[in-house]
Design a protein around this ligand. Structure first.
Ligand SMILES: Nc1ncnc2c1ncn2[C@@H]1O[C@H](COP(=O)(O)OP(=O)(O)OP(=O)(O)O)[C@@H](O)[C@H]1O
Length: 263
């Protein structure tokens, strides 16, 4: 299997501080990765490299077979789907849900004046249907609930038929029902052999959907462990990652974690 992402000894340094510190990591085609770690660990920084929006200070990053720095990122970016709050803030609040997804086919966050192809509209409707948004096609993006907004963004990210899908905290801010609904939908996507390779950033093991295969644990910019979920997601590793004693349990195809009581 070819590598979708390959980071070799990558550091990102700002104001003399390494936000990501000598990270080597590879993601093979078809794998579904979770990046897990505490606030400020460097998760979004890693995702920003994977999306080609951030270049390493040192080390090399190869995305979809192209080396960052040696490729026109404007050719690379349409091959990568992204959903996260940074992008959501750039989406016009007055556009409808259908328009929001459809504009992705043309590589834009705005602009409804284009002549959209019927086939693109059919695709946009199909992705929105898959994310449970069919009832809301004509709603304005700015009026959606947090959960509806997240699901619209994922449909939008899939619109360009990406080879790599990046999800930055897709379940953040959702209530229990919203989270579980999203986890089920992500599980279906992760289990689809035709779906792109995926990397999802999260703070919570409860948000790991069935079908995700690998996890990278990061703390203070350094990778603690990376590999298949059942091998890496242990109580000892998660305790080290979050800096307090934690018990991780597997319940069927889901995960939970809780802190030990203070003595
Ligand atoms: N442009 C920047 N200049 C300086 N420091 C930055 C910059 N961008 C991020 N940081 C810092 O780098 C560290 C890693 O940030 P990053 O957003 O990658 O963490 P994260 O793991 O995604 O955190 P969170 O879970 O809180 O979203 C943080 O301490 C953050 O304050």
């Amino acid at each position: 299997m070819s590598d979708v992402l390959e980071l070799v000894d990558v550091s990102v340094v700002r104001d003399g501080r390494a936000l990501v510190d000598r990270v080597s990591w590879s993601v093979a085609e078809g794998e579904r990765w979770v990046i897990l770690g505490p606030n400020g660990a460097g998760k979004t920084t890693l995702l920003n490299i994977a999306s080609s929006y951030l270049f390493p200070t040192t080390g090399t990053a190869q995305i979809l077979g192209e080396k960052l720095g040696g490729v026109d990122v404007f050719e690379l970016r349409p091959r990568i789907g992204m959903a996260g709050s940074a992008l959501a803030e750039r989406l016009p609040r007055s556009q409808t849900v259908l328009q929001t997804v459809l504009t992705a086919a043309y590589g834009m966050t705005a602009g409804w004046q284009e002549d959209y192809e019927e086939v693109d509209e059919a695709r946009a409707r199909a992705f929105l249907d898959r994310l449970g948004m069919s009832e809301h096609l004509d709603r304005r993006f700015g009026t959606l609930s947090e959960g509806e907004r997240k699901r619209t963004q994922i449909a939008r990210a899939l619109m360009t038929d990406p080879e790599l899908l990046l999800l930055d905290e897709p379940a953040a801010g959702l209530d229990l029902g919203g989270r579980e609904d999203l986890v089920r939908r992500l599980g279906r996507l992760a289990g689809d052999p035709y779906a792109p390779s995926m990397i999802m950033v999260t703070h919570h093991v409860e948000e790991i959907a069935p079908g995700f295969t690998h996890v990278l644990l990061i703390r203070r910019g350094k990778v603690l462990e990376a590999g298949p979920i059942p091998d890496v997601l242990t109580s000892a590793n998660l305790s080290r990652c979050f800096g307090l004693p934690l018990v991780v349990e597997r319940a069927g195809d889901r995960w939970t974690a809780r802190g030990l009581p203070l003595t």
